[in-house]
Design a protein around this ligand. Sequence first.
Ligand code: FES
Length: 363
Amino acid sequence: MEYKPEWQIIGEIKELAQKPLQEISISKTKIALTYLDGNFSAVSGFCNHSGGPLGRGKLSDGYITCPWHNWKFHHKTGKGEPGFESDCIPTYLLKIEGDKLLIDLASASPRHKSPHAAHPLAREVKRSPGPIRVLGISTTNMDESNPRTSTSDLLLEVAIKHASATLKAEVQTIRLSQLQFRACEGYYSKAARACTWPCSITQMDPEDQMEKVYEAFVHWADVVVIATPIRWGNASSLYYKMVERMNCVQNQITIANRQLITNKVVSMIITGGQDNIQSVAGQLLGFFSEIGCTFPPFPYIAHSRGWTAEDMEKNVIQVSESKDLRSGAQALVERSIETVKMMIETEQEKKLERGGRKDHDLA
Ligand code: FES
């Protein structure tokens, strides 16, 4: 049977020709309309990757770049950029009648999503059998080629050694100061679904080393001990750089009702020359509870010498010589391990769903 287009008016040519790329909505269909070298073209307004709004992207060298994670599609053929041509988005027939531009929505060519190898982090989060695994994360910053002694690191080391030598846990420590990773670039602020798991930056930038934190935190560890100094009354800037990048973990709960963190216990070591321990602890507890972590009783140990203590050089001596702090660090990791063991043995993850998101599932 002969194909009969169903033309619909998009708008006035004079107006539509003002912008090289724009998003047009016709009924529920979103179109990325381009005007280049005196010609109009129309392709789907939804990106193949995560549905980004192509009509709000950029047009250059004939390709529309998605504003969410930079995938590219040809403005006329709908094909992906060179190397990804089999990935294509629908194209539409257009015609000009008088001073109007018309489109035939029924003419949409098929969308084709080529299989893209899933990022290794995207695999199912499932605890593999074996001893309890304890991850230490040092968030203090320093010149790694000329390191100083850090009080938070001193106590973290005590905790991790105790976990390994006495409690027979598997252990690893990540020092954020040794990783090269980008700060969060606010994909969530573009759109809730633009902030993906794995993180948008991790998927785009193979050099970014935040992947090591995700792998160890989300997939490997049962217990995570976070060590931070107090900097101007807050946790360290590297701590915040890390947790901002963990928005993608929390975001899975809100956009896909998917809880990546289960049966994971977090405890903290907080040290500073002056004060604000409880405020820092409150910040950390707030963040890790939001992503589904659990805490042992008495989830942190801390040390500070008060507002008048300006002789910072004495801190290292005090902390390294304090038997209380050493035994405190050991007891902290012990409590954390006991807590997570109980959770694993009683399969808490099956019983304690977050809930409250099913009606808001945006995925
Ligand atoms: S590149 Fe378009 S949604 Fe990710």
